[in-house]
Structures are given as structure tokens and as C-alpha cells.
Design a protein around this ligand. Structure first.
Ligand code: AMP
Ligand code: ZN
Length: 453
């Protein structure tokens, strides 16, 4: 099998191949900013990247894949949160890191081989900035900050084909002061006591104490853990510019070689037609959905129902469909004989995934085969291979805090209540309590809880 994936730089489908002589495929995925809970939109990106990781393992073997995903634990947003909460940075970032990792596990995402933190790699970031200063790609501003000089890197903008005018607008969101050119971006930010509190480290050569600009962390951590050139670098589509343009500029000017052979960006998850985002506050967390009785595996399934290169509108209905699809898969798995027949369900599933990560195609192929083949004909090992590729752990049923029927009743009652059909809502509440469940309503939401016996 060959895995072909859209490459944002060349704008074509290209085969994934390790470029290094050791045959190890080097995969860098930009990770979360840990100042708030990761939401379902973030998890769409991480689940899609987990399918990439799984395909790479199937193709090259688990020992020949090295996957790095960073944790952004110091930047404007994390520092802003310390100011809001008046609590130390490390306390805030630990809380959200722990929750992110627990959610990833519940969603059955394979753990990256390295999960480096920005605060754990200040030395490496400073070293890189020193090289950029020495080479003339960076300059110190009067306040002791350091900026990258875009005009020193003529290839800037190749990934996004961004026009110069747009670029200036994009990078000017970051401190407009002290720059030679408004398109330049911060590599190092001088300490501002009123904004940064006690968050600061000694700076690059001749610069003030302060903290790294956001983009440099990925260049430094990628270099440290994967070397100067990686095989694949990924993230959500919002990272394409300026984050990934800036990473390319920093890394290539510092290392004098290509930064990544392949770039992949997955599209956003929407809610009510707009991007789900922490700053807009229009988001669901995994915990919100588990509290409603949905299983994390159904959430994973629902996130894979749309093509990763197209926006996907999130609905609770899609979770119902996912729960019942998983139920059929579980039932089928228990009826597969050991060894099973010769029919290979894995082949069409993996082939669809290897064709630009066509996850809806893979799910469709799976059910077409299942609906037209008797269980005794299905090869069990190949069925398990398909489940591995999609990351469906069918034994995780225990995580379902309420049975599917109860979850469906609760959703129906909530819809009736919203529609002010109180008679139906009351009748459904009675059905729920007869089945041993209660619904705790707030103004905007509800939770399912088992009735105490
Ligand atoms: P952040 O925690 O904001 O740094 O984002 C972590 C990852 O989630 C990045 O790869 C983002 O591109 C991605 N992301 C953010 N919002 C969404 C969304 N609504 N849908 C899909 N991915 C998203
Ligand atoms: Zn990054």
C-alpha cells in the first residue's frame, strides 16, 4: 500500500515516504495550547492525526515511526490566563495538560513518542534565536525583544502563497511596536511585568530577559527530537499562516536545509456554521458529551464521519448515528469466529484511508462489506486491522455512562422541552426514571445521572 496525502506546499497528493537512511518516518504534529480545555474541534485535528500515525505504523512498522506532538505551555494566551486567574503558569498548564492527555486516551489516540513542552525547551529556543541573530535573519528591538526579518528570507509565504499586503496584516496582530517592518514577527518578547508577572527567562545574546514568541518553539522542538528535516508536519488549517510560514522561515534560515518534506492541514469542526473555538466559547468538550451519556468512542467515530479536508458541522444527531454504528461493530466482532473466513474487510478500509485520508469512504466501505457478507466469511484479523486503522477500540463499551436508548430518550426530552412541548417532555422524564435515569436540567444544558437505588 502507498499512503497518499494532500501536501499543502506543492498542492498535490503525494506519497508519504521516509527520507532518512534509517527508514524512520519523522512526524511532527503541532499540539494544543494548554490554557483552557481542548474542545471537540481540537480533537478533530488530533483524531485525524492519530489516523495518520496508525497508517504510518501499518505501512512502515511501529518501530519505524517517530511521532512528536508539542504542548504550548507559554505564550500570550497561557500568560493571559495566569493574569486572569492570578495563579502560577505551571499550575494552569498542568491542569489542562492532564485533562488533554486523559481525553486523548479516552478517544483511543496513540500517545506520541515525545510530548515536549515549550517551557522545557527554552535553552533550545534561545540557541536557535542566537543563530538567527548571528546570520542576520533576526534583529534586536530597542526594548530587548527579538524579531525575525522577513525580508531576509525571500521564500517567505510559499506555503500559503500569501501576498505581501495580507502578510503584513497577519503578522501585525503580534506587537506592532519596535519592528523594522510590520510583517516581521517576534522570536523573543522582552519581559513586561504588568502583563507577564514572573514568567521570564534569560534571553538570547544581547536581548532582554523575557519569553519566546510562540512560533519558535515548534522549530526548536522539532529540531531537537526529529532533526533538521522532518518527513511530515501537520496541524489544523488555521496554523498554515502565519504559524507554519514562520516555522519554515526560522528553521530553514537556522539550519540551511528543508524543514519538512510534506505539509498536511485538516479543516475545522464547525458548530452552527461557525468554527468551534476557545475564544468564541461556542464549544463542546469531551466531558460535556460524556456527561450527556455519549461514549468517547462515538465521539471519535463522529469526528471521522466527514472528510478531514472539508469542514464538518458537529451535531448531536451524528453522535446517535455513531453510537448505533459502533453497536453493530461490537455485535459483529463478538460473532466473528476465531480466524474467521477469507473475506478481507481491512483492505477497502485501509485503501480508502491511504487515499488522502478518506475517512467517510473508509466507514462506508466497512459497512458495505459488513452488510453484504455473512460474519462467518469475514477474516477476523483483517477486521481487527480495519479497527486499528480507524482507532476503534470496541472493548471500550464500559465508558458509555448511559446506554444508547437512554441517551436517545434524553435528547428527545430535551428537544421537546426546547419546543415547549412540556407534556411530551414530562412523559419522557417518566420513561427515563422508569429505566433508572434522571436528567438534571440547567438553562442551556442537561446531564444524565443514574437514579440512586
Ligand atoms: P490550539 O490549542 O488552539 O493551539 O489548537 C490545537 C489544534 O487544534 C491546532 O492544530 C488547531 O489548528 C486545531 N483547531 C483549533 N480549532 C479547531 C476547530 N474548530 N476544528 C478543528 N481543529 C481545530
Ligand atoms: Zn507548531
Amino acid at each position: 500500500m502507498a499512503i497518499r496525502l494532500f501536501d499543502s506546499l506543492s498542492r498535490e497528493l503525494r506519497e508519504l515516504k521516509p527520507a532518512h537512511a534509517d527508514g524512520v518516518y519523522r512526524f511532527y504534529n503541532c499540539g494544543p495550547t494548554v490554557y483552557a480545555p481542548a474542545h471537540l474541534g481540537n480533537f478533530r485535528t488530533f483524531v485525524v492525526n492519530d489516523v495518520v500515525r496508525r497508517l504510518l505504523e501499518l505501512e512502515f512498522g511501529p518501530a519505524k515511526v517517530k511521532h512528536v506532538r508539542n504542548l504550548t505551555d507559554v505564550d500570550d494566551r497561557t500568560i493571559g490566563q495566569t493574569q486572569k486567574e492570578k495563579r502560577p503558569l505551571a499550575e494552569i498548564t498542568k491542569r489542562w495538560t492532564d485533562m488533554f492527555q486523559a481525553d486523548c486516551e479516552a478517544l483511543n489516540c496513540l500517545r506520541p513518542h515525545v510530548e515536549p513542552t515549550a517551557t522545557g525547551h527554552i535553552r533550545e529556543q534561545v540557541d536557535m534565536i542566537d543563530v538567527l541573530l548571528r546570520k542576520g535573519n533576526a534583529y534586536r528591538a530597542p526594548d530587548g525583544s527579538v524579531y525575525f526579518k522577513i525580508s531576509s528570507f525571500p521564500e517567505y509565504g510559499a506555503l500559503s502563497r500569501i501576498k505581501e499586503r495580507e502578510l503584513k496584516v497577519t503578522n501585525s496582530v503580534f506587537d506592532a511596536d519596535h519592528k523594522d517592518d510590520v510583517g516581521d514577527f517576534a522570536l523573543w518578547k522582552a519581559h513586561k511585568p504588568e502583563e507577564d508577572g514572573d514568567v521570564k527567562w534569560p534571553g538570547p545574546d544581547g536581548a532582554a530577559a523575557g519569553r519566546p514568541g510562540w512560533h519558535i518553539e515548534c522549530s526548536a522542538m522539532s529540531k531537537k527530537h526529529l532533526g533538521d528535516t522532518v518527513d511530515l508536519h501537520t496541524g489544523g488549517v488555521d496554523l498554515l499562516v502565519p504559524h507554519h510560514e514562520n516555522e519554515i522561515a526560522q528553521s530553514q534560515c537556522c539550519n540551511g536545509t528543508a524543514f519538512s518534506h510534506h505539509w498536511y492541514h485538516s479543516e475545522h469542526l464547525l458548530v452552527d456554521g461557525t468554527t468551534m473555538s476557545k475564544s468564541k466559547g461556542n464549544y463542546y468538550t469531551l466531558g460535556d458529551l460524556v456527561a450527556k451519556g455519549y461514549s468517547p468512542m462515538a465521539v471519535r467515530y463522529a469526528l471521522l464521519m466527514g472528510h478531514p479536508r472539508k469542514q464538518l458541522n458537529f451535531t448531536l444527531d451524528s453522535l446517535h448515528a455513531a453510537e448505533s454504528a459502533l453497536k453493530s461493530l461490537r455485535t459483529l466482532r463478538t460473532s466473528l469466529p476465531a480466524g474467521g473466513g477469507s473475506f478481507d474487510v481491512g483492505a477497502p478500509v485501509v485503501a480508502a484511508l491511504a487515499d488522502d485520508l478518506n475517512t467517510p469512504g473508509a466507514l462506508g466501505a466497512l459497512f458495505t462489506v459488513i452488510n453484504s457478507t455473512r460474519p462467518a466469511e469475514i477474516n477476523t484479523a483483517q477486521f481487527d486491522r480495519a479497527m486499528f486503522a480507524l482507532g476503534f477500540d470496541l472493548s471500550l463499551q464500559v465508558q458509555l455512562s448511559a446506554p444508547t436508548e437512554i441517551v436517545a430518550l434524553a435528547a428527545k426530552r430535551w428537544a421537546a422541552k426546547q419546543a415547549k412541548d412540556f407534556a411530551t417532555a414530562d412523559a419522557l422524564r417518566k420513561d427515563l426514571s422508569a429505566a433508572g435515569w434522571s436528567m438534571l436540567d440547567s438553562k442551556t444544558d442537561y446531564k444524565l445521572e443514574p437514579l440512586k437505588k
